[in-house]
Design a protein around this ligand. Structure first.
Ligand SMILES: [Zn+2]
Ligand SMILES: [Zn+2]
Length: 258
């Protein structure tokens, strides 16, 4: 069994064949998927999509790329969805992206903090996006007591030291397709380092397909390839890794898998 903790199933990339995509995922043993909102429009879309299937859940958030565009009404709507929709199991993605800097850094930081405060108010875990901003992200997570709601560092891209500091804050580490790449940098070490009860897996589809699908569209079925590579690195059975990461995902998002 497997669980894709981070997908963007509502993106236009899946508009033509989503049913087939979900069927292929289930055939690979994917027991659940979380489709992740990034702005006002996608926050509406994820809730609508998750309502259509029992094995798809949603999160609502403002991505750092979209931080500069976010209005007061967007935050209010996001909080309303988080409070009223049972299928909304977390807030995010939120965080800092100092690689692309599509929003000014100070705006990214204030939008990030505001969502962490909201997560504590609605008592739901957070999905964190962090690119080239580990020190700043960790400082904000500590300041805003992210450990109280719990959360996950999605598509983890740091090294073992960064992973250790995330674990100290009480967060889970989610590994995506890049751990399968030849140029995986520190990720194989991270895959071996993270304690079994703090590890989850994701696709971040349609982005970041694992080997051998690079250059194509990613989809939840391929989370099996990422999990298999992590199992190999940890020298454990793939089935065992699938089971423990699925259990961790269910605990993180406080959901029951039938
Ligand atoms: Zn992200
Ligand atoms: Zn994402």
């Amino acid at each position: 069994m497997l669980f894709d903790t981070h997908a963007h199933l509502h993106f236009p990339d899946f508009a033509d064949d989503l049913d087939a995509v979900l069927e292929r995922a289930r055939a690979e043993g994917v027991r659940g998927m979380v489709t992740i909102g990034t702005d006002r429009e996608t926050n509406r879309a994820v809730v609508e999509l998750a309502g259509r299937w029992p094995d798809v859940w949603a999160t609502v958030g403002i991505h750092p790329h979209d931080a500069a565009e976010a209005t007061e009404a967007d935050f209010e709507e996001m909080e309303g969805l988080a409070r009223s929709e049972a299928k909304v199991v977390g807030l995010g993605e939120m965080g800092l992206d100092f690689f692309r800097n599509l929003s000014p850094r100070d705006v990214q930081e204030s939008v990030f903090r505001r969502q962490l405060v909201m997560a504590r108010a609605v008592a739901k875990p957070v999905v964190i996006h962090c690119r080239d901003a580990h020190a700043e992200t960790l400082a904000i997570l500590r300041d805003e007591k992210a450990g109280e709601t719990g959360g996950v560092m999605h598509c983890f891209s740091g090294d073992v030291e960064v992973a250790r500091r995330c674990l100290d804050l009480g967060l889970l580490i989610s590994l995506a397709g890049p751990v399968t790449y030849k140029n995986a940098r520190a990720l194989p070490d991270v895959a071996r380092f993270v304690p079994a009860d703090h590890l989850v897996v994701e696709t971040d589809c349609p982005y970041l397909p694992p080997t051998p699908h690079r250059g194509k569209r990613n989809e939840p079925a391929y989370v099996a390839l990422t999990a298999a590579r992590i199992a190999e690195l940890r020298n454990v059975d793939a089935a065992e890794l699938g089971e423990v990461t699925t259990r961790n995902a269910a605990r993180l998002f406080r959901l029951r898998l039938d």
